[in-house]
Write a protein that binds this ligand. Structure first.
Ligand SMILES: [Zn+2]
Length: 392
């Protein structure tokens, strides 16, 4: 039997044992109760012993419906159903609890909160939001309610509401929400940019940096807006900040820097940027950009020398792959060219397995950069998978 189930269900069964013992004391007005509860207890234990967790849970849930004093257990049971993906059962339990007469205000709030969680899991976000707003500001569930509200607003991409809720959470707890609020401003900035409203987008980028001065996404966005409004020199300066503040994000703007440098008629700016970036970052893709650039400028020998030196020092797989590509295009005989291509296919396959992006929090891997991890929903946790290798 899965030990998790034992941890969850045995305490419930034990509670029944306790209830059974309690009810077993002389109670003249309810002579039949001990028998019913004992039967439930033994039936559920029997199901557990036979690894029939679902049936055990159903028996316990049915029996618990009749016990007014078991609110906490019923709440736990509802949570258990929800975690198991049985949202309908969880909702039924919580709806039945909410209609009970005599609930104290804090008990009612707790049940409403659980019901809001059920609706959230079921995708009924409006209902969930309404219940959470109904909870009010005065009870002890304010913090978890705000957290759930933020999840809802993120799911619905209601960034203004998310900013308001996160700001309230920030003032309520010691938790710094500024980096996440900066991301919400960036989302709005991206939306404004797509709509062609560069001034509004810039205000959002500025606000994001005001909230969190180290926000890589806002720095990238600000540079893009400056480039779009022909302030290329300013854009390059803005992106240069990443070399010191976010070396792992430098590659994201390298091509943009190249375009701006070319627009200014100053290609040397791009080389300066790459050299500075290479000093700060171990991202091998930057080395490849430098090699590509030198080759495109007719400096093939310089590019090859740089590549050989880099591979020699770092045992770089992307470097070997690029070198094979160079060799294949050179005046090699047919057999050598065939061999180069074969080995290059192997290095290409190996590279495909170790490139892309990865979440530092949950390990989610993808081919593109996500500012919010699709796996764990954390913000700004995705970084490039850098496969740096040394000979020893
Ligand atoms: Zn993640």
């Amino acid at each position: 039997m899965d030990p998790t189930w034992l941890l969850v269900l045995l305490p419930l069964a034990v509670t029944f044992g306790w209830l059974a013992a309690r009810r077993a004391r002389p109670q003249p007005r309810q002579p039949s109760a001990p028998k019913g509860i004992s039967e439930t207890y033994f039936r559920s234990i029997n199901f557990l012993a036979n690894d029939q967790h679902d049936k055990a849970l159903d028996v316990l849930a049915k029996a618990l419906e009749d016990h007014d004093e078991s609110l906490e257990i019923q709440l736990a049971l509802g949570t258990l159903f929800r975690r198991r993906g049985e949202i309908e059962k969880a909702t039924q339990i919580h709806q039945s609890l909410i209609s009970r007469p005599g609930l104290r205000p804090e008990q009612k709030s707790q049940v409403l909160f659980e019901l809001a969680n059920d609706y959230f899991k079921a995708g009924l976000l409006d209902r969930s939001e309404n219940l959470l707003l109904e909870l009010g500001a005065g009870d002890g569930l304010r913090e978890p309610a705000l957290r759930l509200l933020i999840q809802i607003y993120e799911s619905e991409r209601e960034w203004e509401s998310a900013i308001a809720a996160a700001s309230r959470l920030d003032s309520l707890t010691a938790e710094a929400c500024s980096p996440v609020v900066a991301q919400y401003h960036c989302e709005l900035g991206e939306r404004d940019l797509s709509a062609g409203d560069y001034a509004a987008a810039k205000s959002r980028a500025d606000e994001a940096l005001k909230r969190y001065a180290n926000c890589a996404r806002a720095i990238i966005l600000l540079g893009r807006l400056e480039a779009l409004t022909d302030k290329h020199r300013q854009a390059v300066s803005t992106w240069m900040r990443l070399c010191e503040e976010h070396p792992d994000m430098v590659h994201e703007v390298a091509r943009l820097v190249q375009t701006s440098a070319e627009s200014l008629g100053k290609p040397a700016l791009y080389i300066d940027f790459l050299n500075r970036a290479l000093t700060a970052s171990a991202d091998e893709r930057l080395q490849l950009l430098l090699v590509d650039y030198l080759s495109s400028q007719g400096r093939a020998q310089e590019a090859e020398t740089h590549l050989l030196s880099w591979v020699d020092e770092n045992a770089s797989l992307p470097g070997v792959h690029r070198l094979l590509e160079m060799r294949t295009g050179e005046d090699a005989d047919a057999v050598s060219r065939q061999d180069y291509r074969l080995v290059q296919r192997v290095t290409g396959k190996l590279l495909a397995e170790r490139t892309g992006y990865e979440c530092r929090f949950c390990g989610f891997q993808g081919k593109s950069l996500h500012w919010q991890c699709p796996g764990c929903k954390h913000w700004d946790t995705t970084v490039p998978r850098l496969a740096t290798t040394k000979w020893s």
